[in-house]
Design a protein around this ligand. Structure first.
Ligand code: ARG
Length: 286
């Protein structure tokens, strides 16, 4: 254990972080396995263990309950092993649910399944025309939506987003196939308007997108390649508590230095499908 020495002055200068209540949707990995390869993390030849996936996922679910979050569940469907990555199921703001339209045929049936759930729960569902993978590629920071493209969501979906939500959408182009969804390369630590704070991996973006991030978020936490490689950025923050991959140790230290409370969980089994904490979490903003 290393001790972080901090002067009183440094402690006083550290921004005060406050948690805000959360409502999220998750999907138990009852049918989790890796039988196809749609991202570089997936290798169908490598065995997976559904019981381990279930136990690890349960620890994440329990953590959210302990944090006081309102956690909803969608029933998993046999034959849709990636359904556990609920973040891809849509994008929800102000009670409006923009449905997902998946890139790969293997995941396409998930789109209607999630839309049906949103409908049953009383959300105003907007059927997507453009290919998009929901909150995997769209992140709300303050009043702005950061929108990823390059591997999954089509940039046309960014215009659709803008039309539906009437908010500014900032397009960011991903260039590294290992970081194929925006939520593998950017973490929203504080999305409160006026307090916006993010963390990101610079090498995941093209030059123009990186310049946009640097300009808009000059005080962002820059995460190193080692932590990004365990999907450390694929984390979920309530503005104070940040649930992260327990193996992302430098990121954990950075978060503490910035006044957050990092909470490590081990989702190594779900990493075999190319997803982590955030992938398993879809925020429901009523
Ligand atoms: N196997 C899934 C896929 O490749 C993983 C999705 C991860 N989700 C995320 N929000 N990054 O589509």
């Amino acid at each position: 254990m290393s001790t972080v020495i901090e002067t009183e002055e440094q402690a006083a200068a550290r921004p005060e972080r406050r948690p805000t209540g959360r409502s999220v949707l998750m999907c138990r990995p009852e049918h989790f396995t890796v039988v196809y390869r749609i991202n570089p993390w997936m290798n169908p030849a490598e065995p997976t263990d559904t019981d381990v996936a279930l136990a690890q996922w349960q620890a994440l679910y329990d953590t959210y309950l302990e944090l006081g979050y309102d956690v909803h569940l969608i029933d998993p469907i046999a034959g849709l092993p990636d359904m556990v990555y609920a973040a891809n199921g849509g994008f929800v703001i102000d009670g409006i649910a923009y449905g997902a339209k998946f890139t790969h045929p293997e995941r396409q049936p998930e789109g209607p399944a999630y839309m049906e759930w949103f409908r049953e729960q009383g959300f105003d569902v907007r059927e997507p025309e453009e290919v998009n993978e929901g909150e995997g590629d769209f992140l709300l920071v303050g009043d702005v939506i950061l929108a990823g493209t390059g591997f999954r969501s089509d940039s046309q979906s960014h215009q659709e987003l803008e039309r539906i939500f009437g908010r500014e959408v900032v397009t960011l182009r991903l260039v590294d196939p290992s970081f194929y969804h925006l939520d593998t390369a950017v973490a929203v630590l504080d999305g409160t308007p006026g307090r916006e704070h993010i963390a990101y991996l610079p090498s995941a973006f093209d030059g123009a997108s990186l310049a946009v991030l640097q300009e808009r978020f000059p005080d962002a936490i820059i995460v190193n390649e080692t932590d990004a490689a365990v999907l450390g950025l694929n984390s979920y923050s309530d503005g104070y508590n940040v649930v992260i991959a327990s193996r992302a140790t430098d990121f954990e230290r950075q978060l503490r230095e910035h006044g957050y409370n990092p909470i490590g969980v081990d989702l190594s089994e779900l990493l075999l499908g190319g997803g982590g904490v955030k992938c398993c979490t879809l925020e429901l903003r009523r």
